[in-house]
Structures are given as C-alpha cells and as structure tokens.
Design a protein around this ligand. Structure first.
Ligand code: ADP
Ligand code: CDP
Length: 320
C-alpha cells in the first residue's frame, strides 16, 4: 500500500476556528482500508476520550433503512464498493454533528476520495485536527471482513476486492494529501485489538479526561473538580464507575479553552438501570431536589490542578 509519512507531533487543537451550528468543533478523520479496525477502535476512543463516533458507512446504511429517496442509489453503490456522491454523505454527517451536543467527533470512513475531502471542506469549512490512519495488509483485512458476520451486503469476497481497489485508487490519495500537510497519525492496525488501542491512546492523550480533584466523602457522595471533554462524557464515566450516578449540584461551570472545567458534586444513586439520557439533559438538573444537595468540598490551592486520570483515581479511592 502507498507510503505515508508519520506526522510530527500534531497540535491536537489545531482546528480551533472550526465552528458548526454555533459551536466550536474538533474533528478527527479515521481512515484505513475496509476491515482495518476503524469502527472497533472508534468505540474504544469514545469510551476513553469522550468523542462522538460518526461512521459514514453506518449513516449511509441507516439512510437506506429509513426508506429515503436516495436509498436505492446508496445501496447499489455500497454493493459495488463505490463511493456515494459527497453531497449525500456530507449532509448526513453535518446533520449528525449539529444534532449532537458533543463538540468532538470521530468521522470514520470519510473522506474516502478527493471529492469527499474538497466538498466537506467547502461546505462545512471544517478541517480535521488530525487524521488517524489504520494501516493493515489486504490479506489481514480480507480475513477480518469475511469473519465480521454483521450481515453486510458488501462483506463478500467479490465486493471486498472492489472495495480494496477503491481504497487504493481513491482513498489513499486523500491520506497522501493530509500526510503532505503533516496531519496523518499512522497506526499499525495489524496488531491485536488491545495493542492497537495502546498506540491509539498515545495519540489521543491530549484529550484524556483530567480529574483535577476528586475526594470521596462520607457515605455515597463524592466531590469532584474536573476538566473533561464534555459534561456528558463525565457522566458516562461516572455511570461506568458506579452503575448509576446523579449530578446533584453544579457550581461555577466555566468554559476554559475547549474543555468544560467545573466543580460538580455528585451523589451515588440507588442501583437502577443506567438512564444515560436523563443524565445528559437539562431536565435532569431541573429535577434536582434540594435535599440532595451536598456540601462542596473546600479546596486548598494546592489541591487544584492535580492531574489524575479518572480511571486511576477510581482505583485509588476504591470507588466502583
Ligand atoms: N486488531 C484487530 N485484530 C483482529 N481483528 C480485528 C482487529 N480490529 C478489528 N477486528 C475485527 O475485524 C472486523 C472488522 O473490524 P471493523 O472495526 O468493523 O473494521 P472497519 O470499521 O475498518 O471496517 C471486526 O469483526 C472486528 O472485530
Ligand atoms: N465516505 C463514504 C463512506 C462509505 N461509503 C460507502 O459505504 C461502504 C461501507 O463503508 P464503511 O466505512 O461502513 O465500511 P468499510 O468498507 O470501511 O468496512 C463503502 O464501501 C462505500 O460504498 C461511501 O460511499 N462514502
């Protein structure tokens, strides 16, 4: 496959001027051949770094299912391993980004050709912070696709060969383009999934949640100061740690650079199935009952800005 030079340290927040629907967004393009493991690693990145995953292929397949007027055209293109016209895919991506309250997006499987790339930049005025490129041999990708078992119309050997051809002819030039701009972060995707994620984690370390201060107090309460990619991802983390967690008070939320920095007090709630949606909505705060409010830990200056990753902190304080 073509040669792509590793980028020097890409500044994570390079795309600082990118705005969409009034919000500043960070976009990372995730590229690689079919079956190189893009979707698999995107799921890991979402969990650890608070990004929202938008798969161009998934959006196109959802469009087919929705009975849209473009459905038949999209389905035929996918069966042939061809690339759907940019305006269709860009509209789906743009709508998904605007609808989502997050501001950090992994765009997986896009741009797949020069037309995709140029049109996206023209229409959205967004340029990616960097491009994550999963490099893998065709032999290995073929093995993975044939074992994927997701009932996809294109995971058959005939279409797989066409997709490989499209990737080499149309998608690699896009990677070369971003490589020439020093934006490509190349990953050896032939390794086992956990090892690939170790490399991915290194690249995404600038986006790691930083729990600036966390102090378990009496009972089932905890007080935290955090800098996290988004509030909703903080809650996802707490839900993961506790089974269910409710924000019960909010103090001086302020926006510092691209992070939400704030002081929250959270209360461990009785065991019930996670209700992530409620945690992410404004109404969750509106329904707070005063008796649930907890005293906010008084911080000494030296306690501030103590960088502790949420996961290690959870182990240290034996919560979870
Ligand atoms: N590093 C890996 N080693 C072995 N199998 C993998 C690896 N990464 C992903 N897979 C498997 O290969 C298949 C294709 O992965 P997927 O993430 O769907 O690829 P893509 O999104 O690039 O098409 C899936 O069945 C997945 O479980
Ligand atoms: N930007 C894109 C992404 C996907 N697609 C179509 O969707 C198919 C599946 O893409 P995908 O990203 O879900 O899957 P992989 O081929 O990476 O496994 C591609 O082969 C294309 O036919 C497209 O036309 N344009």
């Amino acid at each position: 496959m073509g040669t792509v030079v590793d980028a020097p340290a890409v500044v994570a927040e390079e795309a600082t001027e990118n705005t969409l629907g009034g919000k500043k967004v960070t976009v990372v393009f995730v590229l690689g051949g079919p079956g190189s493991g893009k979707g698999t690693q995107c799921a890991n990145i979402v969990e650890h770094f608070g990004f929202t995953h938008l798969s161009a292929g998934d959006l196109l397949r959802a469009e087919i299912k929705s009975g849209s007027e473009n459905g038949t055209m999209i389905e035929n293109m996918i069966k042939e391993g061809k690339i759907v016209p940019s305006e269709v895919t860009i509209k789906l991506l743009q709508d998904a980004m605007i609808k989502n309250e997050n501001d950090k997006f992994l765009i997986d499987g896009f741009p797949r050709n020069e037309e995709n790339r140029a049109a996206f930049e023209n229409v959205t005025k967004i340029s990616p912070a960097f491009v994550l490129f999963f490099e893998c041999s065709e032999e290995e990708m073929e093995r993975r696709l044939l074992g994927r078992n997701q009932g996809r119309v294109d995971d058959n050997i005939e279409t797989i060969k066409k997709r490989f051809k499209t990737f080499v002819e149309s998608s690699l030039p896009v990677i070369e383009y971003y490589s020439s701009k020093g934006k490509v972060k190349k990953i050896d995707a032939a390794k086992p999934i956990p090892e690939v994620f170790e490399d991915v984690k290194t690249i995404f370390s600038p986006y790691a949640p930083k729990l600036l201060f966390g102090a378990p107090s009496s009972g089932d309460h905890i007080h935290i100061i955090y800098a996290y990619p988004s509030r909703s991802s903080l809650f996802s983390k707490l839900v993961g740690m506790w089974g269910r967690c409710e924000p019960v008070s909010k103090h001086s939320i302020r926006h510092a650079s691209s992070e939400h920095t704030g002081h929250w007090s959270c209360r461990r709630a009785p065991a019930r199935p996670p209700r992530a949606r409620r945690l992410n909505t404004r109404s969750a705060h509106a329904h707070r009952r005063p008796e649930k409010m907890t005293a906010v830990h008084t911080l000494r200056p030296q306690e501030l800005f103590l960088p502790v990753e949420a996961s290690s902190w959870a182990v240290r304080s034996r919560i979870g």
